[in-house]
Write a protein of this length. Structure first.
Length: 197
C-alpha cells in the first residue's frame, strides 16, 4: 500500500526542551516536502500546533480531528486544509486511523501513549499493516523500547514484535523508513495454545 497520509500523535504541550518543538517543526516540513498529508488531533497548541503549522507553511495538506469537548481546552487550529469535529475520543482515534496510511509518535504524555498503544495493538492483531514510527528526540522513547524488550523477555510479546516501530531521531530518516513499508511482523498468536509444541 502506498503511503499518502501520515498520522502524528504528539503532546498538546511543547515539553521542557526546545529540541522537541524543533523536531515537530522539521517533521511537519518533511511531510509536506514529501507530498504527504498530515493527519493529527486538530489543536493549535504544543507540539500538535507546531507540526501542523510547519506542514501548512511548507505547502502541505493537514487534516485535524478534534472532539467537541476539547475545543476550548486544546484550541482548534483555524488554518487547516480540513477540520473535522467528532463526539468522542474513540471517534477521534478511529477516524485518524482510517484516514492514515502510516503513524508517527513524537514525544508526548499519556494521551500520546494511548493513541500509540492502540494502533500497535491493532497491528499486532492483524487489523492493519500500516508502518509505525517513533521520533526519538533526545532519547525520549528509549525507556519505552526497554519496556517493550522486557515484555518480550517475560513472554508477553512475541520476540519478533518487540520492536514494532521504525525508530530515529531524524524526521527525514523516519519518514523514509515508513515509506519503505510495514514495521511489524504479524503472528497468529491466537491459533496455537500454550501447551502445543
Amino acid at each position: 500500500m502506498r503511503v499518502r497520509s501520515v498520522c502524528v500523535f504528539c503532546g498538546s504541550r511543547p515539553g521542557n526542551h526546545p529540541e522537541y518543538t524543533e523536531a515537530a517543526r522539521l517533521l511537519g516540513t518533511e511531510l509536506a516536502r514529501q507530498g504527504l498529508t498530515l493527519v493529527y488531533g486538530g489543536a493549535s497548541v504544543g507540539l500538535m500546533g507546531t507540526v501542523a503549522s510547519a506542514a501548512l507553511s511548507a505547502g502541505g495538506q493537514v487534516l485535524g480531528v478534534l472532539p467537541d469537548f476539547l475545543g476550548a481546552r486544546e484550541i482548534a487550529h483555524l488554518g487547516l486544509t480540513e477540520f473535522l469535529r467528532v463526539g468522542s475520543m474513540h471517534e477521534r482515534k478511529a477516524l485518524m486511523a482510517e484516514r492514515s496510511d502510516a503513524f508517527i509518535a513524537l514525544p508526548g504524555g499519556f494521551g500520546t501513549l494511548d493513541e500509540l498503544f492502540e494502533i500497535v495493538t491493532w497491528a499486532q492483531l492483524g487489523l492493519h499493516r500500516k508502518p509505525m514510527g517513533l521520533l526519538d528526540t533526545r532519547g525520549f522513547y528509549q525507556p519505552l523500547l526497554a519496556m517493550a524488550r522486557h515484555m518480550a523477555d517475560a513472554g508477553f510479546v512475541p520476540p519478533e514484535q518487540a520492536l514494532p516501530f521504525a525508530v530515529s531521531d531524524s524526521p527525514a530518516e523516519l519518514v523514509a523508513r515508513l515509506l519503505a513499508g510495514p514495521t511489524l511482523t504479524v503472528t497468529e498468536k491466537w491459533l496455537k495454545r500454550p501447551e502445543q509444541t
